[in-house]
Design a protein around this ligand. Structure first.
Ligand code: C2E
Ligand code: MG
Ligand code: MG
Ligand code: MG
Length: 286
């Protein structure tokens, strides 16, 4: 219940940010958006963007994260931070999530085939989607339909996959692992993240939330926590990614701290698949 509450609060904050209205206006706007979500999938209003993930030491692009975008016919581009929570409330996240999986696998397979970019692609999975019966079959279908080798698919989940208890999540991640699909724990360090998740979940990667990275070069306490997580994760044989790198100094700091991978606007913003092709092999360009 606590987790659900924190989740709801965070969603509320996202919506608040975006609408900048009073509570009634926010509620009305949410109702309208929820309604629009229903037609959006049929009207092809969603697009997947891709953001590079680089090796900290070299800047070499070694992965992509798929991030959904909604081109609303009247309201313009709407952030997933706003509409994913709404889609979760209406249940739309299930068909939308399935569509995302299929599209990302298609894109990734095509990028491999053409040699545009042969790196694993990560997809964010809503906990509702992850915890639903049939998720494993959805993943297998998306792989099968696209011909993408499972080693090139990565799933990003958050701690809320544990809402029904750890056993189911562990079992599912084990299954995915057996298929060759890797699972990353996203937004680590925020919410109710607990060290037992790192211990118990058979994940292969943790993504440190931007909240800890933002002030890393000036705040000793943030730096200490990040260093601690990196060292601990390495002792657990986990790969560590830092999110939200915007400055050179952060890149340097985190490479010195032995963080494996970095992601952020310093290297590249999320972009349409067509633009990924034009990126150099190493980022940022010097
Ligand atoms: P996330 O998975 O933690 O994704 C990282 C977010 O940080 C993305 O926001 C990305 O654009 C942003 N970001 C990357 N680098 C920087 C940086 O240097 N500075 C700053 N300020 N931000 C940076 P985005 O695309 O708006 O997505 C927000 C969240 O929405 C995601 O957080 C994820 O939880 C969710 N989301 C996005 N796409 C999907 C999707 O396809 N399916 C599901 N279920 N959720 C998604
Ligand atoms: Mg993510
Ligand atoms: Mg994240
Ligand atoms: Mg997030």
């Amino acid at each position: 219940a606590d987790l659900a509450m924190a989740d709801a609060k965070q969603k509320g904050r996202n919506i608040w940010h975006w609408y900048q209205g009073n509570e009634r206006q926010i509620t009305e706007a949410s109702v309208l958006l929820r309604h629009d979500l229903h037609t959006a999938l049929h009207d092809d209003q969603f697009e997947l963007y891709y953001q590079p993930i680089v090796e900290a030491a070299s800047g070499r692009i070694c992965g992509l994260e798929a991030l959904i975008r909604w081109h609303h016919p009247e309201k313009g581009m709407i952030s997933p931070g706003v509409f994913i929570p709404l889609a979760e409330q209406t249940g739309q996240i299930i068909p939308l999530g399935r569509w995302i999986l299929r599209r990302v696998c298609q894109d990734a397979a095509a990028m491999q085939m053409t040699g545009e970019r042969v790196v694993p692609v990560a997809v964010n999975i809503s906990s509702l989607q992850f915890r639903r019966t049939g998720f494993l079959e959805d993943v297998q279908q998306a792989l099968h339909a696209s011909g993408l080798p499972p080693e090139y698919l990565e799933l990003e989940v958050t701690e809320s996959v544990l809402l029904d208890g750890a056993e189911q999540a562990i079992e599912l991640i084990d299954h995915l692992k057996a298929l060759g699909i890797k699972v990353a724990l996203d937004d680590f360090g925020t919410g109710f993240s607990s060290l037992s998740y790192l211990r118990d979940l058979p994940i292969h990667k943790v993504k440190l939330d931007r909240a800890f990275i933002k002030d890393i070069t000036t705040n000793r306490r943030d730096a200490a926590i990040v260093q601690g997580i990196i060292d601990m994760a390495h002792h657990l044989d986990l790969v560590v990614v830092a999110e939200g790198i915007e400055e050179r100094a952060q890149q340097q700091d985190l490479s010195q701290r032995n963080c494996d991978l970095l992601q952020g606007f310093l290297f590249a913003k999320p972009m349409p698949r067509g633009a990924v092709m034009g990126l150099p092999d190493r980022l940022p360009e010097t």
